[in-house]
Design a protein around this ligand. Structure first.
Ligand code: NAD
Length: 254
């Protein structure tokens, strides 16, 4: 039986679909008890039920990761249902598309609230619990966009660069608490988020071809990233902290 995450109690935010949902499935299959936090209750419950049907452990909790009150309630929920969390995957994210001159202030603020401020809010609630548990691992979802100045979504790219650096700061601070903090930087992954982004382009097929050609290994699948998250959550990565883990199909080697 696979057990790379035996004795791990994991929170995965934004796990109702896409990379988060696949990570929840693989984390649970590797022995973790998983709490899925998402705003999408219907899809989140479905993911939890599928994991339970496979004989693994998962619960769903409706939680908007930009809302401190909901995060506090969700933290109490996981602690009473599964135990004290020792893994946190801050995966929830949105992609605001639009050139700098055309993005509204509200969209800019929303981009940073979901992609960056949520990491502060959720980690603020969970770090004291992890410390109490003797340590843990935090994974913050960044992106290839942290390193590439994609012109069509400056709010998104800059938010992901902020995640990489927030991670470094957290890693240095919490090493003494035996809490490791790493960021994960995927290339372009075939999820609904990506399909929605492509659909907003004037010529979706041409943009898809262009993006595929930018990656020596083409466009990736959620599983490609979920396995990297399993590694970062596991004790196999015990000497890694503050690192941006690149799983980007080679785009940054061009
Ligand atoms: P997705 O849109 O398929 O899934 C994101 C999930 O986050 C959804 O279930 C959504 O309901 C949830 N979510 C959004 N706002 C939330 C909030 N305020 N509170 C709680 N949950 C919320 O996206 P994905 O493609 O699986 O991406 C997951 C993460 O990976 C994101 O942070 C994204 O920026 C990052 N990423 C994706 C790609 C890609 O190409 N797909 C590449 C690099 C990084």
């Amino acid at each position: 039986m696979p057990n790379r995450l035996k004795n791990k109690i994991a929170i995965i935010t934004g796990a109702a679909r896409g990379i988060g949902a696949k990570s929840a499935e693989l984390f649970a299959a590797e022995g973790a008890a998983v709490a899925i936090w998402d705003v999408n209750a219907e899809r989140g419950n479905t993911v939890a039920q599928q994991i339970q049907s496979a004989g693994d452990t998962a619960i769903f909790c409706k939680c908007d990761v930009t809302d401190a009150t909901q995060i506090k309630d969700a933290a109490q929920h996981i602690t009473s249902e599964l135990g004290t969390p020792n893994v946190l995957f801050n995966n929830a994210g949105i992609a605001v598309v639009g050139e700098l001159e055309h993005i509204s202030e509200a969209d800019w603020d929303r981009q940073y609230a979901v992609n960056v401020k949520s990491i502060y809010l959720v980690s603020r609630a969970i770090v004291p619990l992890m410390r109490e548990a003797g340590g843990g691992a935090i994974i913050n979802m960044a992106s290839e966009s942290a390193y590439v100045g994609f012109p069509m979504h400056p709010a998104y790219t800059s938010s992901k660069a902020a995640v990489v650096h927030l991670t470094r700061s957290m890693a240095v601070r919490y090493a003494e608490d035996n809490i490791r903090v790493n960021s994960l930087c995927p290339g372009t992954i075939n999820t609904e988020l990506y399909q929605e982004f492509i659909a907003q382009q004037d010529d979706p097929e041409a943009v898809n071809r262009e993006i595929e050609a930018m990656h020596p290994l083409g466009i990736g699948e959620p599983e490609d990233i979920a396995w990297a998250a399993v590694y970062l959550a596991s004790d196999e990565s015990r000497y890694m902290t503050g690192a941006p883990m690149l799983v980007e199909g080679g785009i940054l080697s061009l």
